[in-house]
Design a protein around this ligand. Sequence first.
Ligand code: F6P
Length: 346
Amino acid sequence: MGLRVGILTGGGDCPGLNAAIRAVVRRASLVEGAEVLGVSNGWRGLIEDELRPLTRISVTGILPRGGTILGTSRTNPQDGADYPARIRATWERHGLDALVVVGGEGTLRAARDVWHEYGLPLVGIPKTIDNDLDGTDFPFGFDTAVNTVMEAVDRLHSTAESHHRVMVIEVMGRHAGWIAAYGGIAGGADVILVPEHPFRLSRVCELLKHREQQGSAFSIIVVAEDAHPHEEENFLDSSDEEQIYRKGRLGGIGFLLAQEIEHHTGIETRHANLGYVQRGGSPSAFDRVLATRFGVKAFEMVLAGEWGQMAALRGNNVVSVPLDDAVRKIKRLDEEIYHVAEVFFG
Ligand code: F6P
């Protein structure tokens, strides 16, 4: 029997997942006797034995499609006492030789543990709109999300300008401010608030008033979902905080911030939460190419037996790095990027 490789996509979906799946299947098709099995819904598909063959024909036409044809879930293989045994049983039933795990921080952390603790031969591919995964300069998914944010900021700019309003735009990113900073810089935001720098409401209002005095009758604020007010100027009560900063379910800071701004400046203020729009849709050219490069590399890592490793972008090269390096800590927003953003505040 030839080489049998499983592939799963786990965690939040993002643009480029199908491009990566296609690339793994197409690279495998160049190897005599190699087969790829698609695992449904992340780790859950291995626990529940939901696998199907993926062929050249079944991946035709998926390159530009958002989401993942395999489905996804946030199931963690460590969360059930019998999960490891069930995963191993599925593995043996299908005669798998290797697994390609496409995921963000949570899914790849689980992959690292499955590799270390159970010795299942696997390799990783980094995806996430949040860009919070260490070990790679960029995952795929981030570029498309940033383009979506930029387009939304452009659109909200024109309505804010026409109505002489402040527009507060809340974006995703979990505990890192990458989407806010890149989307805000690209869209020309006047203030960008990120989790890495707790913000002072008084300073934000000062910047807005200053802009008004200079003759700019509108302003755009981009706020990351996990941005926090500075503890000395916290305007959130404990129930607000519980609601906004729920574990794995962030959202709502934009609405309350808009209320506070209107109250303190007297400038009419609206908010928009871009939400899941940021995760949907067709991948950008950059993400299609990156996901394709990662898919080809991952299959070649399987051929080379580079287990416990992840395909990663370093400079202009796609290389193989230990999963350990990728999940040791969250990659926070680069200070240099924040410094550039700050130049345009106010
Ligand atoms: O990690 C990607 C992400 O979209 C975050 O930016 C966001 O906080 C989270 O997922 C939302 O997750 P869910 O799909 O579980 O609501």
